[in-house]
Design a protein around this ligand. Structure first.
Ligand SMILES: Cc1ncc(COP(=O)(O)O)c(C=O)c1O
Length: 406
């Protein structure tokens, strides 16, 4: 079979392959606990469902403009007025896509020439380096030397070259839950604008924050108009409203660049589905207490997760300030996170995600999206599996797990 060199380079999604393994184990009857999920268990907001249902009832389901329906783009404009304090976003600055993932892909495809470099701050979302490679670009990873989740400007500067076209910034951050400081965001915006580098702000979790923290938005630190700034914003309804399956995301960028992205999308997937765009519009214009409710649930779960993780003497943990995840350091138990994940799934029936995939070897990404019961039992099982002082057996319902390792 002939496969392109480029396609061969693209790694399998680690989360999806772990999910598949866990699914097969569940089919077999193993009571697997999922601490790997990137989606909460909520029902979609009622406003989203009603809006989609109204479209279905009309029955006139056709293509929409490639860039998205006028009414959804209007709702996005209002969203940027309210939550980004940017009243200058125009319909021509917006392209709606099949999820933030496609929005990001369109963007990278539109700004990179072969061998152009994109700086990615570690820890990073697994898809960034793969997407950069898919458009023949070069991912350049910058990791904080002090082991924190936020590299310094000096560290970033060391990796920026004449070929750097963009820096991808994801705050609140998947996988760490970190929120970059105001000072850092301000400096990075200034740096990108001076150097003519795109500041790609992946804002997919930007309202899912804890303890009343305000997420510094890069737009707050530029005086430039939307047409002149280097800031590009990616967002969507997947995480904010727990609407992952609706596949609606968008990009806000200068008009000229948006036009190019519309051409790119027009030749690939065309429009996002009319019905799902209607659902996204419903979510954006409906009651926003849904988002606060989700954040509150995540914050409670975060508190439980932190309490449970404190039961490990060797695990170092920086509490997340937002998102669906935390990223504890398990290197005291095993420096190889892929091996540790496999071990935990096979021996303790718990799904975790290896930190290696996010540029953080020795760490595990644990999700706080599930139930309190799952968090408590999941962490208890992990502790049982890796703590040498644990009892030899663990009962899960009528099943018995036995330690057949040291
Ligand atoms: C940081 C980050 N950006 C983008 C996405 C993709 O979002 P969407 O479901 O809208 O494609 C994810 C999903 O996990 C994510 O974690």
């Amino acid at each position: 079979m002939s496969i392109s060199y480029l396609a061969k380079e693209i790694a399998e999604s680690p989360t999806l392959s772990l999910n598949e393994k866990a699914r097969l184990m569940r089919v077999k009857g193993d009571p697997v606990i999922h601490l790997g999920a990137g989606e909460p268990k909520n029902r979609a907001p009622i406003a989203a469902l009603l809006s989609a249902a109204a479209k279905l009832k009309e029955g006139d389901i056709k293509y929409t403009p490639t860039e998205g329906t006028p009414s959804l783009r209007k709702a996005i404009i209002r969203y940027y007025e309210e939550y980004y304090n940017r009243p200058d976003v125009k319909p021509e600055n917006i392209i709606v896509s099949n999820g933030a993932k496609q929005a990001l892909f369109n963007l990278l495809f539109s700004i990179l020439n072969p061998q152009d470099e994109v700086v990615i701050l570690a820890p990073y979302w697994v898809s960034y380096p793969e997407m950069v490679k898919m458009v023949n670009g070069m991912p350049v990873i910058v990791k904080a030397e002090d082991g924190s989740f936020q590299p310094t400007m000096e560290e970033i500067d060391q990796y920026v070259t004449g070929s750097t076209r963009a820096i991808i910034v994801n705050s609140p951050n998947n996988p760490s839950g970190e929120i970059y400081s105001e000072e850092f965001v301000a400096q990075l915006v200034d740096y990108c604008e001076k150097k003519g580098i795109y500041y790609i702000s992946d804002d997919i979790y930007h309202q899912l924050v804890f303890d009343g923290i305000k997420v510094p938005s890069p737009y707050d630190y530029t005086n430039k108009s939307l047409e002149d700034t280097r800031i590009i914003s990616i967002n969507g309804v997947s995480k904010l409203y727990g609407m992952t399956g609706f596949r609606i995301g968008w990009c806000v960028a200068p008009k000229k660049l948006t036009k190019v992205m519309i051409n790119v999308q027009a030749q690939t997937t065309s429009t996002a589905s009319l019905v799902l765009q209607a659902a996204a519009e419903g979510a954006l214009t409906g009651v926003q207490s849904v988002v606060q409710g989700l954040s509150q649930m995540l914050q409670n779960n975060r508190d439980v997760m932190m309490q449970e993780l404190r039961a490990f003497s060797g695990v170092k943990i920086t509490p997340p300030k937002g998102t669906f995840y935390c990223l504890p350091d398990f290197s005291a138990y095993n420096k190889n996170s892929v091996e540790l994940c496999r071990f935990l799934l096979e021996k303790a029936w718990v799904v975790t995600v290896p930190g290696k995939e996010f540029g953080m070897e020795g760490y595990l990404r644990l999700s706080i999206c599930g139930s309190i019961k799952d968090i408590k039992q999941g962490v208890e099982r992990i502790k049982w599996a890796i703590d040498p002082d644990s009892p030899n057996e663990l009962f899960i319902g009528d099943k018995k797990l036995v330690r057949d390792w040291l």
